[in-house]
Design a protein around this ligand. Structure first.
Ligand code: GDP
Ligand code: MG
Length: 445
């Protein structure tokens, strides 16, 4: 996992939100502080981190969650969106054969990346060829040849030739169309006129589909300036950020390069040829924040936005103000999904739990009985379930065509759900117990 400690800190923040009794000014202040600290520790630019948390605070204060979504989930979504926004644009990178020019300074991982990209294409069934155009260092040519043998791809070099662009022309004449051609160009210790001129000549000869800058993530924030300079000089289509595995400054490099205008396309995550991964900002943030749960939460948000009748029910459930009326709204909105407590499984860190098939049917049947019982209650009873005692129970049972025992079961379930609601977010056992109880219709042990 890349950027382990940043991910860990941010997941800690989300957990804190999920477990809090309510989202208030104090929690918000704490969350903002935690996020700032996490970002700064990952070397994200101070101003960038401050701006981000300022937006989080402003949005959390001014914007309203969609109906049926809790303030907690809403805050989590805001954090997700704001972190996503500093990672730049998403770019597709398909498997069609293409011509790739790699640029970069010495030691950034250019040659290694050439080998990794060749492996990437070979694995996808696209023939690839490595072209050695680093004419200044003979050792670089040998290194590339070794890599081509490991990958099992084509290779071209011309050790007597001093003009990189000439080597490229020869290579183009040699390999058939539909070959991905990856050119490892020469590096320098700094960006100078000579380097840029050579890159331009090679680009002229190659007519690349992609010009990728290879950058070491250990540069931290200064990777942004380097990306900017190369982008202006030769025009980049993307950046490969290498050695993200060994760098505590990954966050700084990622966020700084993102603002340079050239999208980050790949991350180098180790020395081995397989250690290259596509960088997709949205997926990256999902993973950083705890992946699957976040995705589910976001999808759920989309649904809830349209569901006016589920208004605030989840929020009430979490804050302990869950009325029978809320419970009815939830049964209506979650009717096809299962028990009320299923909603809790969308809280990050809890994962979702499968209910056995038979149990699900029973749950559905019970939901229908509950719905009938709730329909026989008066508005006062729906708002204050504690009014329902003695004769009222019999009246509701008669009205709904259910047994009094079932009415008591509903009240018991409501009471348990209400009381347990926030405990549940951090208590798996209790949640399972509730689900079982709901499906089987038995009071909790
Ligand atoms: P070049 O001068 O830009 O061609 O850089 P090289 O490809 O020769 O790489 C320089 C060093 O960085 C080598 O020791 C590589 O093994 C190492 N390296 C390259 N990419 C990565 C990476 O993603 N992670 C790690 N840990 N090391 C890498
Ligand atoms: Mg090299």
């Amino acid at each position: 996992m890349v950027l382990d400690s940043l991910g860990k800190s941010l997941r800690g923040v989300l957990q804190k939100i999920a477990r809090s009794s309510n989202v208030d000014e104090a929690l918000l202040a704490e969350v903002v502080r935690d996020i700032q600290r996490a970002l700064l520790q990952a070397d994200v630019n101070v101003q960038l981190a401050l701006d981000l948390t300022k937006r989080v605070r402003k949005r959390a204060t001014e914007e309203r969650p969609p109906a049926g979504a809790s303030v907690r989930d809403f805050l989590i979504r805001i954090i997700y969106e704001e972190i996503r926004s500093i990672l730049g644009t998403e770019r597709t990178f398909d498997n069609r054969p293409r011509k790739i020019l790699l640029a970069g300074l010495y030691g950034q991982g250019k040659t290694t990346t050439a080998g990794k990209l060749a492996r990437y294409y070979q694995k996808k069934g696209v023939r690839s060829a490595l072209v050695a155009a680093d004419v200044h260092r003979p050792a670089a040519i040998d290194q590339l040849e070794q890599l081509s043998k490991k990958v099992g791809c084509d290779f071209y070099a011309n050790r007597g030739e001093r003009r990189a662009e000439q080597i490229v022309r020869e290579a183009l004449a040699r390999f058939p169309p539909h070959t991905t051609i990856i050119v490892d160009s020469a590096g320098r210790s700094g960006i100078d006129a000579e380097l840029i001129a050579e890159l331009k000549r090679v680009r002229e000869a190659l007519q690349p589909d992609d010009t990728l800058l290879v950058l070491d993530a250990a540069m931290g924030q200064s990777a942004g300036r380097s990306a900017q300079a190369f982008h202006e000089a030769v025009g980049l289509t993307g950046v490969v950020l290498t050695k993200i595995d060994g760098s505590a400054k990954g966050g700084g490099a990622l966020s700084a390069v993102a603002v340079s205008g050239a999208p980050i396309l790949f991350l180098g995550t180790g020395e081995h040829l397989d250690e290259l991964e596509r960088f997709e900002p949205t997926r990256f943030v999902s993973r950083l924040l705890g992946m699957g749960d976040i995705q589910t939460l976001l999808e759920r948000f989309e649904e809830l936005t349209d569901k006016e009748e589920a208004k605030n029910a989840a929020e009430h459930l979490m804050s302990g103000k869950f009325s029978l009326r809320d419970m009815r709204a939830q049964i209506d909105s979650l009717g096809e999904m299962g028990p009320v407590s299923k909603l809790l499984s969308f809280i990050p860190g809890m994962g979702s739990q499968q209910i056995p098939a038979g149990q699900l049917e029973e749950t559905q049947a019970r939901l229908r009985r509950f719905r009938a019982i709730l329909d026989s209650m008066t508005p006062e009873e729906l708002d204050d379930g504690h009014l329902i005692k003695g004769d009222r129970i019999h009246r509701i049972a008669r009205g709904s065509g259910q047994r009094s025992q079932e009415v008591r079961g509903l009240l018991k379930y409501w009471e348990t759900t209400r009381k347990a609601a926030h405990g549940i977010t951090s208590n798996r056992k209790l949640r399972r117990q509730l689900e079982r109880q709901f499906a089987q219709g038995s009071p909790p042990a």
